[in-house]
Ligand binder design. Structure first.
Ligand SMILES: *[C@@H]1O[C@H](CO)[C@@H](O)[C@H](O)[C@H]1NC(C)=O
Ligand SMILES: *[C@@H]1O[C@H](CO)[C@@H](O)[C@H](O)[C@H]1NC(C)=O
Ligand SMILES: *[C@@H]1O[C@H](CO)[C@@H](O)[C@H](O)[C@H]1NC(C)=O
Ligand SMILES: *[C@@H]1O[C@H](CO)[C@@H](O)[C@H](O)[C@H]1NC(C)=O
Ligand SMILES: *[C@@H]1O[C@H](CO)[C@@H](O)[C@H](O)[C@H]1NC(C)=O
Ligand SMILES: *[C@@H]1O[C@H](CO)[C@@H](O)[C@H](O)[C@H]1NC(C)=O
Length: 419
C-alpha cells in the first residue's frame, strides 16, 4: 500500500496527537526494588532557569522528584513554610490566612501529571538553611500529623497543593538538633498504615482491600492529639520515606533516626565532603552498604549515589557522566543495597546537556548487564515540550518549532543554594 505524503502527514499528526495525549505511552509505576532509579531534586532553581515541575516529567528519565523545600517546621500561626523558588513561594503566590504557608495550588496539575507518568513526588524537609528540629517525641508526632494532613493522605482546609496528594517525605536535615526524627517517621508510617510494611509487602496487602481501611480507622481512635488523621485519598497508595544524609558516616543530623526508624531509601550526598565522588580514595559507599545491612531499621533500605547535576550545583564533588557511570556500575555489581542515583538538581542537570538523561541511560544499560532477569526498561527522552516517544522510534519530532530554546535569564542564586 502506498501512502501519499499528505496521507503520511495526516498519519504522523494523528500519532503526535495520540502521543500528546499520552495514550500510547507505557507507564511503568515507580519500583523501589530496581537498581537503576533516578531521583532528582526540584524546587530550588539552582541554574536560574527552573521550569514548572511537569516540564521535567515529559520523558522516562526521572523516577522520583523530591520537591524542595519545606524549610521552616513551625512558622507563623504554627504552620510550616514551603518555598519552590520561581515556581511557588509565599510572596508571589500568597499564603493561607494567618500563616506563611504558601498556597501552591497552581502546582496540583503538574504533580498529578508527573504521578500519572509513573513518577513519585515527595516533599523534602530541611535544606541547608532550614529552621527545623523537635524538642520532644510528642512534638515530632504532632508535626507528622500536620504534614500528613497538609500534604499526604490526611485532610485539611489548607492543602497547599490543592487536591494533589504527594507520595511521601524526604528528610534533608542539615541544621538544628538530631533528636526525635525517628518519632516523626514512625508516626507518618503509622498514619499511612505502613508501620511494618515496605512498598512490596504493602502492595500484596492492598490486594486484601479492606485491611488498610480497618488499620486506619483503628488508628484514628488511638490518636492522642485532636488532629483528625485519616486516609481520605487512596487506600492503595504507599507513602515513601527517604533521607539525604551527607557521606561522612554516621550523618550528624539524621544518623540516629536512620537506625531507629525504617526508611525506604537514602540519597547519600557524595559531594561537598572529603568522601565525595571527586575523592576516589575516600569515597565510602561500602560503609553505607554495611550500614544498610547491619544497622538500618530497614535492612532492605536502598542506598543511592547522590551527585551534583553540574559543576555549578555543588562546591565540590562534580564528576562527568562517564565517571559517575563507572561508580554506578561498580555499585550495581558489588552492593545489594544500591538503588540508583540522586541528582541535585533538575535545573542544573537539564542545563548541563541533560546530565540526568546521560546517567540514566548508562545506569539502565549496566543494570541490564548485571541483572538480565529484571524487566529491562527503555529510556525515552523528550525532544520537545510535548509528550513524545517518537524520537525513540526514529520518527520525526512532533513539535520541532519550540524545541531546545534555552531561556537566557540572569542567574539567580536560590536562598537555599547548597554550596
Ligand atoms: C520488603 O520486605 C520483604 C520481607 O520483609 C523483603 O523480602 C523485600 O525485599 C522487601 N522489599 C523491598 C523493596 O524493600
Ligand atoms: C489558593 O489558590 C487557588 C488557586 O490558585 C484559589 O482558588 C484558592 O482560593 C486559594 N486559596 C486561598 C485560601 O487563598
Ligand atoms: C489476605 O487476607 C487473608 C484473609 O484475611 C489472609 O489470610 C492473607 O494472609 C492476606 N494476605 C496478605 C498478603 O495480606
Ligand atoms: C475489619 O476487620 C474485621 C475483623 O477484625 C472484619 O470482620 C471486618 O470485615 C473488617 N471491616 C472492614 C470494613 O474491612
Ligand atoms: C472509633 O470511634 C468511633 C467514635 O468514638 C466509633 O464510632 C468507631 O466505631 C470506632 N472505630 C473503631 C474501629 O473502633
Ligand atoms: C524496549 O524496546 C524494545 C525494542 O524497541 C522492545 O522489544 C522491548 O519490549 C521494550 N521494553 C520495555 C520494557 O518496554
Amino acid at each position: 500500500m502506498l501512502f501519499t505524503s499528505s496521507t503520511m502527514r495526516t498519519v504522523f499528526s494523528f500519532v503526535c496527537f495520540i502521543l500528546g495525549l499520552g495514550l500510547l505511552e507505557r507507564v511503568a509505576a515507580f519500583d523501589l526494588s530496581r537498581k537503576d532509579n533516578l531521583a532528582v531534586y526540584w524546587g530550588q532553581d539552582s541554574a536560574g532557569n527552573q521550569q514548572r515541575l511537569s516540564h521535567y516529567c515529559q520523558d522516562s528519565t526521572v523516577d522520583v522528584f523530591p520537591i524542595a523545600f519545606l524549610y521552616i517546621f513551625r512558622g507563623t500561626g504554627g504552620e510550616p513554610v514551603i518555598d519552590f523558588a520561581n515556581t511557588c513561594n509565599q510572596w508571589d503566590e500568597g499564603t493561607f490566612p494567618g500563616t506563611d504557608l504558601a498556597n501552591c495550588t497552581i502546582m496540583a496539575a503538574d504533580i498529578k501529571e508527573c504521578q500519572a507518568a509513573g513518577k513519585i513526588i515527595t516533599l523534602s524537609l530541611g535544606g541547608a538553611t532550614g529552621e527545623v528540629g523537635f524538642s520532644s517525641d510528642s512534638q515530632a508526632e504532632s508535626f507528622a500529623d500536620q504534614v500528613w494532613n497538609l500534604f499526604l493522605g490526611g485532610e485539611s482546609d489548607t492543602r497547599p497543593f490543592g487536591d494533589a496528594v504527594l507520595d511521601g517525605v524526604d528528610l534533608d536535615i542539615e541544621s538544628g538538633t538530631p533528636a526525635h526524627y525517628a518519632a516523626f517517621v514512625n508516626r507518618i508510617r503509622s498514619n499511612a498504615g505502613i508501620s511494618h510494611l515496605n512498598a512490596t509487602s504493602f502492595a500484596l496487602k492492598a490486594a486484601n482491600s479492606t485491611t488498610h481501611a480497618n488499620a486506619t480507622s483503628n488508628h484514628a481512635n488511638k490518636t492522642k492529639t485532636t488532629t483528625p488523621v485519616k486516609d481520605v485519598t487512596n487506600k492503595n497508595k504507599y507513602y515513601y520515606i527517604t533521607a539525604a544524609p551527607q557521606c561522612p558516616y554516621p550523618d550528624a543530623y539524621i544518623g540516629a533516626a536512620l537506625n531507629d526508624a525504617p526508611f525506604d531509601a537514602v540519597y547519600v550526598q557524595f559531594y561537598n565532603n572529603y568522601c565525595g565522588l571527586d575523592q576516589p580514595s575516600e569515597y565510602n559507599f561500602g560503609t553505607w552498604d554495611q550500614w544498610a545491612k547491619t544497622k538500618s531499621a530497614n535492612p532492605n533500605v536502598k542506598v543511592y549515589i547522590g551527585a551534583p547535576g553540574s559543576s555549578d550545583s555543588a562546591g565540590q564533588g562534580y564528576v562527568s557522566v562517564s565517571k559517575l557511570a563507572s561508580y554506578v556500575s561498580d555499585a550495581q555489581e558489588k552492593y545489594s543495597s544500591f538503588g540508583g542515583v540522586m541528582l541535585w538538581d533538575a535545573s542544573t542537570a537539564y542545563t548541563n546537556n541533560r546530565f540526568d538523561l546521560g546517567i540514566k541511560t548508562a545506569m539502565v544499560t549496566t543494570a541490564e548487564k548485571f541483572f538480565p532477569q529484571e524487566l529491562s526498561r527503555n529510556v525515552t527522552a523528550a525532544t520537545s515540550s510535548a509528550h513524545s516517544d517518537a524520537a525513540d522510534n526514529g520518527a520525526e519530532d512532533c513539535d520541532k518549532d519550540d524545541s531546545a530554546k534555552v531561556e537566557s535569564k540572569p542567574r539567580v542564586n536560590s536562598r537555599f543554594f547548597r554550596l
